[in-house]
Design a binder for this molecule. Structure first.
Ligand SMILES: [Zn+2]
Length: 368
């Protein structure tokens, strides 16, 4: 089946300005690379989504937050100031620098993409949709942080529940940072099984996502945090996927899988300290493909992060290729340093896996 790639040029407006680590150029680098790597007509289509309206956004945040965010970022893109207390709605890392792009509009487009992805999969038109851009997993209900304004992961899951009545959704977050926003949205909701593989929170923003954070109330046991050791590489990720993610997914029997995350677990990423080579992203894609087979292949992907310009398109493409079964043999665009050629921290990862299973044993037969 043909896959859908959701993208349009206006995403480039998601640019916090020169000097900020999140720039819009990633949305120029990747589409060119995609055309070069996937020449086969008929294997994919690129769809252009509409911008989300206020009523869409209200599914995940308050009108008050929308008004401030729209007003502030519109003014910033014109070089103007805006009244109101920024810190009441956003953390400091969301503050644009210099002359940013039309960020709020692009953030709306990301939610529009999430909405279209859900609609085209639920209608049966496509079984896999890849939203380029987005990956806005730090945005909380009515609070923006971590370069994120509106949470597209949360929107997709809530829209699937509200509009289509789904009751079993997996959100698998493989971004290097813990998806603290998404985690908060569904912490007490057993309809969303949230599984997050991220760098040890003692060493990286947002500093949350320890193994004992497993949900609360009715959602107890439906949040799974796997804090990966610093420098965790291919073998560590594969082991966590095989030992935790696959068995728990089989037991949960999802109706759809949402996967989130770009290239920032790559060993050469500028903001993080993990150890994945490009082939590790292919492997993650292939494992997600296996999980999606539990729900007739239904998968929505959000790909946006990455702070190494050279590695970024290779890792993004590897995620798409692995998930879609294209089987592209992608390798790193530069030599892999000795210390990342083998996974040096596999034993530490085994310890983390044991800890995660111990905490979740009361809730899952597969960990008994
Ligand atoms: Zn990240």
């Amino acid at each position: 089946m043909t896959i859908a790639i959701l993208y349009r040029d206006e995403l480039r407006e998601y640019d916090f300005g020169s000097g900020h680590p999140f720039r819009g150029d990633r949305y120029e680098i990747f589409p060119e690379f995609l055309k070069k790597m996937l020449p086969d007509a008929g294997t994919y289509v690129v769809l252009k989504s509409d911008w989300a309206r206020d009523e869409d956004l209200r599914l995940i945040c308050s009108q008050d937050y929308i008004n401030f965010t729209k007003g502030y970022f519109e003014a910033a893109s014109l070089g103007l100031s805006y009244p109101g207390i920024f810190s009441a709605y956003h953390s400091g890392d969301n503050k644009p620098q210099g002359r940013p792009g039309r960020l709020e509009e692009a953030a709306r487009l990301m939610i529009g993409q999430a909405k279209q992805a859900v609609d085209i999969i639920q209608s049966g038109e496509y079984d896999k949709a890849f939203c380029i851009g987005g990956n806005m997993h730090h945005a909380k209900p009515s609070y923006g942080e971590g370069f994120c304004l509106y949470n597209d992961n949360a929107f997709a899951a809530k829209y699937l529940i509200d509009r289509y009545g789904l009751e079993k959704i997996i959100v698998l977050d493989t971004d290097a940072h813990q998806g603290n926003g998404t985690c908060e949205y569904f912490y007490s909701d057993p309809r969303v099984l949230f599984i997050d593989l991220h760098q040890d929170p003692r060493t990286l923003y947002p500093g949350t996502g320890f193994a004992d954070e497993i949900g609360e109330g009715e959602g107890l046991g439906f949040t799974i945090n796997v804090p990966m050791p610093v420098y965790a590489g291919y073998d560590s990720y594969r082991l966590v996927l095989d030992e935790i993610v696959l068995p728990v997914s089989q037991e949960f029997q999802p109706q759809i899988i949402i996967r989130n995350g770009g290239s920032d677990p790559h060993f050469a990423d500028g903001l993080t300290s993990l150890g994945l080579p490009v082939r590790g992203f292919s492997m993650i894609g292939e494992k997600v493909r296996d999980i999606a087979e539990l729900c007739r292949g239904k998968q929505i992907d959000f790909i946006g992060s990455g702070y190494n310009r050279e590695a970024l398109p290779y890792a993004w493409m590897a995620l798409i290729s692995g998930s879609s079964g294209f089987g592209l043999k992608l390798t790193d665009p530069f030599p892999v340093p000795q210390r990342f050629q083998t996974d040096q921290v596999l034993e530490n990862t085994r310890g983390v896996i044991k800890q995660v299973k111990d905490n979740l044993r009361p809730f899952w037969k597969c960990f008994a």
